[in-house]
Design a binder for this molecule. Structure first.
Ligand SMILES: Nc1ncnc2c1ncn2[C@@H]1O[C@H](COP(=O)(O)OP(=O)(O)OP(=O)(O)O)[C@@H](O)[C@H]1O
Ligand SMILES: [Mg+2]
Length: 485
């Protein structure tokens, strides 16, 4: 199984696609899909890597080549126009922001700012280029540390599971406030430029830029440096398809906000030149039809979706939305996918039933070791595990394959659950002040993480016995003690 004393010595792959274990067919198809621009439907139970595969797919794409702008339509302000600008054109264009503000280095701005923009390492305090994910001074993963701090902060609810699990690039821009000499509050904007400098805009600069931009009568809807992974979560129409915000002054020429500035892109547009990932696809219900249209047309209008709002009279036609589609669902829901959407995926892509187990052999056991190490590195609040501890985890993986998927001599690929065992064992180790996860920590973790059904069986003999006792105690409660009535 490879020679190692603790998982500290185990080297894990850098890229997400190589970190995926046991799903070789799916990985291969994902690579094809990127090359040939195909769509994908991933089917399988929770926690076996559907989101991970979709994210890995987006990592394989090249960065976007065009920027999408919305401009005012002088003929009809309620029908703003789309402008597409290539990278070259966009760079040649004189953006007013480039003429204002002060350029500073990471050591001249407040510590928090240089951390969030990806320059300063939270662990050792050294600054380096923002594109260096690993701190050249102490070897820590700068991006991951920031993502963890974010997760631990007040805003944790807003961070989706995917962003949490796969931290991306640091922020490109942050806004701060300060009290100026006159005693009033003003905004400061810090922008990262070219990965080694920061532009600082004070309130005055911000106001001037706003005015200059208003003169241009255009707004960037989708910037060049947008992310290539868009996770459409909710079943909300506006999130998926975009919207036009309400203006209480109805685009009044003096006091209103012009329509083109109120246009909001939907997930299908944000995914232009990237991956649109729709988890639990069947739950989108009727909205699936819109995805199908978007896939066929590769463009989709943005309209105000609230009939009561002044945005309802605004429409932008032909907004590009050329994305690779990745849908995910479990087996039971497969029948609820809109048939034409499914046939579109089949006709121009791949449907993949993910594996739930893999054969128990040396090669695959080592993959589990790699997985355990990844989970420990990703968590970074728990220590490494000894070889003994790893063996107990692997044994559990065999038992899980047998219990959950009725396959003998196999290792489970229900890896979210197995990762839970690793993390809980890590927490016990930390609690005991141990530098390593030991065998006993894993044993305790396995015992405690057994499902309720399993625990009931252990205590009452069978699930049904437990159920019966539960009922009788309830009935006793009703018949005997009536004081609560
Ligand atoms: N094949 C795999 N290789 C390596 N790690 C995996 C794999 N599958 C799952 N994991 C681990 O489990 C976590 C959860 O996986 P993921 O979110 O991709 O599951 P999912 O199939 O999308 O589940 P759900 O249906 O609940 O959304 C991942 O972040 C990763 O740590
Ligand atoms: Mg998922």
């Amino acid at each position: 199984m490879g020679d190692f004393e603790t998982t500290k010595e185990v080297v894990t792959p850098k890229t997400l696609i190589k970190q995926i274990i046991g799903q070789d067919t799916a990985v291969e198809k994902v690579k094809f899909a990127v090359k040939q621009r195909r769509n994908i439907l991933l089917v399988g139970p929770p926690g076996i890597g559907k989101s991970m595969l979709a994210k890995a797919m987006s990592d394989l794409l090249s960065p976007p080549t065009v920027e999408i702008l919305i401009t005012d339509n002088p003929q009809n302000t309620n029908k703003p126009l789309i402008k597409i600008r290539s990278r070259g054109e966009s760079e040649a264009e004189k953006d007013p922001v480039n003429e204002f503000g002060k350029i500073q280095t990471a050591n001249e701005v407040p510590t928090y700012v240089s951390e969030v923009l990806g320059f300063r390492c939270i662990t050792c305090g050294n600054t380096s280029r923002s594109k260096d994910r690993i701190c050249p001074n102490c070897g820590e993963d700068k991006y991951r540390k920031i993502a963890q701090r974010k997760r631990a902060s007040l805003y944790s609810d807003l961070i989706t599971e995917v962003i949490e699990a796969f931290p991306q690039e640091p922020e490109r821009e942050i806004h701060a406030t300060r009290i100026n000499k006159e005693g009033s509050e003003e905004t400061l904007i810090y922008q990262r430029i070219q990965d080694d400098k920061i532009r600082v805009l004070d309130q005055q600069a911000i106001n001037t830029i706003k005015e200059e931009r208003m003169k241009l009568k255009e707004m960037v809807l989708l910037p060049l440096d947008r992310k290539t992974f868009v996770h459409a979560t909710g079943a909300s129409e506006t999130e998926l398809l975009g919207d036009v915000r309400h203006d209480p002054y109805g685009s009044h020429p003096e006091i209103g906000t012009p329509a083109y500035l109120r246009v909001v892109a939907g997930a299908i547009h944000e995914a232009h030149e990237g991956v649109l990932f729709v988890d639990e696809l069947p739950q989108l219900g009727n909205l699936q039809a819109y995805i199908l249209t978007a896939m066929q047309e590769r463009k989709f209008p943005i309209v105000g979706r609230n009939p009561q709002s002044a945005g309802a009279s605004v429409k932008v036609v032909d907004v590009p939305c050329d994305f690779l589609f990745v849908g995910a669902c479990n087996i039971r829901e497969l029948k609820d996918i809109l048939p034409p959407l499914r046939s579109r995926v089949v006709g121009n892509g791949y449907e993949i039933l993910l594996e739930t187990t893999m054969p128990d052999n040396d090669e695959n056991r080592f993959k589990v070791v790699q997985f355990i190490t990844q989970e420990i590195n990703n968590d970074s609040r728990i220590p490494h595990a000894t070889g003994d501890a790893v063996e107990v985890i692997i044994d559990e993986s065999v038992k899980m394959a047998e219990a959950l998927d009725k396959t003998r001599d196999s290792l489970t690929l229900r890896l979210r659950d197995l990762g839970g065992v690793v993390r809980m064992a890590g927490d016990y180790a930390v609690h005991e002040g141990s530098d390593l996860i030991l065998k006993k920590h894993v044993e305790k973790s396995i015992k405690e993480s057994r499902s309720i059904e399993h625990q009931l069986k252990e205590r009452y003999g069978s699930y049904w016995d437990a159920l019966r006792r539960d009922e009788t105690s309830n009935l006793q409660g009703v018949e005997g003690d009536k004081s609560y009535l």
